[in-house]
Write a protein that binds this ligand. Structure first.
Ligand code: C5P
Length: 231
């Protein structure tokens, strides 16, 4: 199993910098990137990004922005000022909202990568039926990804099982970021899960790993194990 340096994004789903720092201190910024999501960002605010940048890490700011186009545009202008390596919107906000996000990226001349969340990996066809979607996960992920590509977004967040098809239809350069990754097959609250090995076989660009590291009995041991896969 060959993982590229910085291909794994470690999700620091904590309530404070102190807790997050414990894991940061175990990670080498030449080998891993950090994902900051709603939990840590809502507890610590934008200053958390500065602190993690100071430790030498590149950051994926995962706020899954989803609102009316004007609000998304204005929020993304603010986010691009934070100089994160990658950030995202939620594609269910629709075509105009996606275009507004892209406009913010273009106008701010940002180098940050902008990707769109398709369907959360915690959801399956049954969940979608309950909220009134006629199509299943596969079809909706394809449709949303095409909208993202049309709007010139850099890629999408999807599950490993969708990567092959998206790369085939939208091209190898269209980035895929895949959460719901486990070292060994098990699910928890994620429904569309896969192992690192399958993620690599399917040629995903970036792998999000959260609780496998943060909730491991021995996080240090787990990080060493994952590091042994990095070439
Ligand atoms: O590995 P673990 O399941 O703990 O990682 C989940 C992380 O990935 C969380 O931070 C969650 O917000 C994020 N995520 C997700 N599904 C998506 C997008 C992001 O689980 N579609």
């Amino acid at each position: 199993m060959k993982v590229q340096p910085k291909q794994i994004l470690v999700a620091l789903d904590y309530d404070s910098f102190n807790q997050a720092e414990r894991i940061c201190n175990l990670l080498n910024p030449d080998k891993f990137r950090i994902k900051v999501g709603k939990q840590l960002f809502s507890a610590e605010g934008p200053k958390i990004l500065e602190k993690i940048h100071k430790l030498g890490f590149e950051i994926f700011l995962d706020l899954k922005i989803h609102d009316i186009p004007n609000t998304v545009y204005k929020s993304l202008l603010n986010i691009f000022n934070l100089k994160v390596w990658m950030t995202n919107i939620h594609l269910l906000g629709g075509q105009e909202m996606i275009q507004a996000a892209k406009q913010a990226q273009t106008e701010s001349k940002s180098n940050s990568i902008l990707v769109g969340v398709t369907i959360l990996t915690s959801l399956n066809d049954e969940h979608l039926k309950k909220i009134g979607f006629q199509d299943g996960v596969k079809t909706i992920v394809s449709k949303l990804s095409s909208l993202a590509k049309e709007a010139l977004l850099d890629g999408v967040v999807c599950s490993v099982e969708e990567v092959k098809n998206l790369k085939k239809t939208l091209g190898d350069n269209f980035l895929t970021v895949t959460p719901g990754i486990r070292i060994e097959a098990k699910k928890g609250d994620q429904n569309r899960v896969a192992t690192i090995e399958t993620a690599l076989e399917n040629k995903t660009d970036f792998i999000v790993l959260g609780r496998e590291i943060t909730h491991a009995k021995d996080s240090s041991k787990m990080i060493n194990k994952i590091e042994s896969y990095i070439i």
